[in-house]
Design a protein around this ligand. Structure first.
Ligand code: HEC
Ligand code: HEC
Ligand code: HEC
Ligand code: HEC
Length: 209
């Protein structure tokens, strides 16, 4: 989303610059541009080929590595996939996240949860071996947290889950993501739904410590 907004504003800026530069006759810019390109092409030397290949390589790198990386979340210590577990295998969210409805700090699943299945399923997979190492050395898996509220906000899942608000309403389509992208929730996001659902907005006092 941010990428879209950034590129749209860049495009608008470019159009405005061209309109001002050509005093309202944008076609002049394009004919001049085409003329310049044509003359460069007609007198092409090694420099043109070098520039062209650099652009091609950079374009390839951008579309091959840059774009996909911008669309998924941070790498995790173990490449755990919600798409595979919650989506394809249909494991219930509550099985791994039982404390969301009960605790203010629900936390992420402990290794034991994973080993419940992975003691038997693909137990020798190198990534599962890592889980065994974490278990044997009693180290909590250093998962990278991806959803945030600002420090002064007190968020509690309980009230929301009791009202049967789906996880997806706030976390998006988790079941279709391999690496969760996450989000830093802004106040507008909370307020908007509270307005729609006619939650007492005085409660806003309850959200700030
Ligand atoms: C009303 C919005 C909302 C709903 C509905 C919701 N969440 Fe959350 N969730 C949040 C927010 C906001 C945070 C970040 C809270 C924080 O950093 O203290 C969060 C954090 C989490 C975390 C990380 C907790 C941690 O300790 O790091 C997990 C796991 C989670 N949610 C799972 C779920 C599951 C599973 C459901 C459905 C049963 C669900 N959430 C429904 C808003 C929601
Ligand atoms: C309810 C059972 C179950 C639980 C719990 C479970 N998994 Fe899995 N996991 C599976 C199944 C089934 C597969 C697919 C195995 C296969 O490919 O044959 C799998 C595959 C994987 C893979 C391999 C993916 C790949 O690309 O090959 C990893 C890594 C993984 N799980 C990590 C975890 C972690 C980390 C946890 C704990 C948070 C966990 N799993 C909890 C059932 C489970
Ligand atoms: C097999 C166990 C498993 C299942 C099932 C599962 N999760 Fe997770 N979840 C994890 C693990 C492990 C992490 C930490 C690694 C990560 O972020 O990918 C996590 C992280 C999260 C987070 C990010 C918390 C943060 O801030 O880092 C949210 C939100 C979440 N899960 C929601 C869900 C929802 C919604 C479902 C059901 C559709 C679900 N999970 C099903 C294991 C599971
Ligand atoms: C998808 C809709 C939705 C979103 C998004 C949402 N809420 Fe709520 N929230 C509700 C509903 C509905 C209630 C009323 C629950 C009840 O009546 O018990 C509620 C209740 C609350 C309460 C308790 C209010 C009281 O009267 O004590 C707090 C605090 C709260 N939300 C904080 C937040 C924060 C912080 C966020 C943003 C991170 C957020 N909510 C996002 C729907 C939402």
């Amino acid at each position: 989303m941010e990428i879209l907004i950034a590129s749209l504003s860049l495009l608008t800026l470019l159009v405005v610059a061209i309109l001002i530069g050509t005093r309202g006759r944008p076609m002049r810019f394009f004919t001049a541009f085409v003329e310049t390109m044509r003359s460069i092409w007609a007198n092409r030397g090694p420099l043109v080929w070098v520039t062209l290949s650099v652009f091609l390589v950079m374009g390839f790198l951008f579309f091959y590595y840059g774009l996909p990386a911008a669309m998924v979340g941070p790498a995790q210590p173990i490449p755990f996939s919600h798409r595979l577990h919650a989506g394809h295998k249909g494991i219930d969210c509550r099985f791994c996240h039982p404390y969301v409805a009960r605790s203010i700090h629900p936390g992420l699943p402990p290794v034991e949860k994973c080993l419940y299945c992975h003691n038997y399923i693909i137990a020798n997979h190198p990534e599962i071996r890592k889980e065994h190492d974490y278990f044997n050395t009693k180290t909590p898996t250093p998962w990278v947290k991806v959803y945030y509220v600002p420090e002064h906000v007190l968020f509690n899942h309980q009230r929301h889950i009791k009202k049967e608000i789906a996880c997806e309403a706030c976390h998006g389509d988790v079941k279709r993501q391999d690496r969760l992208k996450g989000q830093r929730f802004k106040m507008g996001f909370c307020i908007q739904c509270h307005r729609e659902r006619k939650v007492n907005l005085d409660c806003w006092l309850a959200c700030h410590s």
